[in-house]
Design a binder for this molecule. Structure first.
Ligand code: DHK
Length: 149
């Protein structure tokens, strides 16, 4: 089982830290990546960390993950609520998938309560702020360890 994990981020997350900080906080995506890389070192994981505002790029990264990754952590952002194509791509990927939302989507507008990605995700983290990425990585590492045992 590969110890390479893809961390994928959807639209507008490039503006993390600047965009609606009362909802998403002041931490930037670069800060999140740095935290993930530090934790990955402790967990003995390798990381590919990506963000795109384009649905097809996220799909292409999921296809790349099929070839080499042992897990995916994904915050699809608004594509969570709209993208059958991302769900279909994730359904081609067998290893663990953890879905992350920085905000508690269930406390927000009704259109954020439905996630296509949750139909595939092995676990979902919402409302833990950017700490959710670390929790997701810990979970993926645990699932990889369990499969290897
Ligand atoms: C991020 C977004 O951009 C929203 O479209 C989602 C998610 C929630 C988050 O909480 O990380 O609805």
């Amino acid at each position: 089982m590969s110890r390479l994990v893809y961390v994928l981020n959807g639209p507008n997350l490039n503006l993390l830290g600047k965009r609606q900080p009362h909802i998403y906080g002041h931490v930037t995506l670069a800060d999140v990546e740095a935290e993930c890389r530090e934790l990955a070192g402790e967990l003995k994981l390798d990381l590919r960390f990506h963000q795109s505002n384009r649905e097809y790029e996220i799909i292409d990264w999921i296809h790349a993950a099929r070839e080499e990754a042992g897990g995916i952590v994904i915050n699809p952002a608004a594509f969570t609520h709209t993208s059958v194509a991302i769900l279909d791509a994730l359904n081609t990927f067998e290893p663990p998938v953890v879905e992350v939302h920085i905000s508690n989507v269930h406390k927000r507008e009704a259109f954020r309560h439905h996630s296509y990605v949750s139909l595939r995700a092995d676990g979902v983290i919402a409302g833990f702020g950017t700490q959710g990425y670390s929790l997701a990585l810990q979970r993926v590492a645990r699932l990889i360890d369990e499969k290897a045992a």
